[in-house]
Design a protein around this ligand. Structure first.
Ligand code: AMP
Ligand code: MG
Length: 193
């Protein structure tokens, strides 16, 4: 791991603020980020990835408080958040309405996928922007995730290069609606442990 400077994080936040797309390190792989409230930026992420538009993007938030501003975590979601955040557990919960989330973020069933990342740089981006960031793996759809900034071939506006990251599975994704947990993708953590 290299050390990412405060200045480069500031530059990345400025890029996000202006609708830019930023490659950044997470606790799993390199991610591709954009302001989750900027529809054009989110559409660019979809285009860069070559992702079918019916699939929505997960978000990284800086805190549970920020998650609460955009989604209804309810009792079970808060319990999971307390236990696993910051960390690679993505919660799929009911999105709040009219909070400015862009098209491509809220799924047809009204849910949004989000987590507080345990990667400090990832959290700093959401905190600095003051809003959730899209966080999708920085690879073209169907290709494996990148663990080295050098392996990211997508044309982003800004890259926060943290060198080689440890190879980790993607985040575990759980659907938490109506008091029940359903594992949609088994990843780095076991939510039932
Ligand atoms: P990726 O974007 O490749 O990093 O993977 C994120 C995964 O989260 C994808 O498989 C998405 O389909 C999934 N996802 C994102 N939002 C939701 C949601 N609201 N409900 C269920 N799955 C979601
Ligand atoms: Mg992926």
């Amino acid at each position: 791991m290299k050390r990412i400077s405060k200045e480069s994080i500031k530059e990345a936040i400025e890029a996000l603020r202006h609708g830019g797309v930023v490659v950044f390190p997470t606790e799993t792989s390199y991610g591709l980020s954009a302001d989750a409230t900027n529809a054009r930026a989110v559409a660019r992420v979809a285009r860069l990835k070559g992702r079918p538009s019916e699939k929505t993007f997960p978000l990284i938030v800086s805190s549970t408080a920020m998650a609460d501003r955009y989604a209804h975590l309810r009792c079970l979601g808060h319990r999971l958040a307390k236990k696993f955040w910051p960390g690679p557990l993505t919660l799929v919960v009911e999105a709040r309405k009219n909070v400015g989330l862009a098209r491509g973020i809220v799924a047809r069933d009204g849910t949004v996928a989000l987590r507080v990342s345990s990667n400090e740089t990832a959290r700093a981006l959401a905190r600095g922007l003051g809003r959730p960031i899209v966080s999708t793996s920085a690879n073209r759809a169907g290709e494996p995730p990148a663990y080295d900034a050098l392996d990211v071939t997508l044309k982003a506006d800004f890259i926060l290069d943290d060198g080689r990251l440890p190879r980790r599975k993607p985040s575990t994704i759980v659907h938490v609606v109506q008091g029940k947990i359903e594992v949609l993708r088994q990843g780095s953590v076991d939510p039932k442990a």
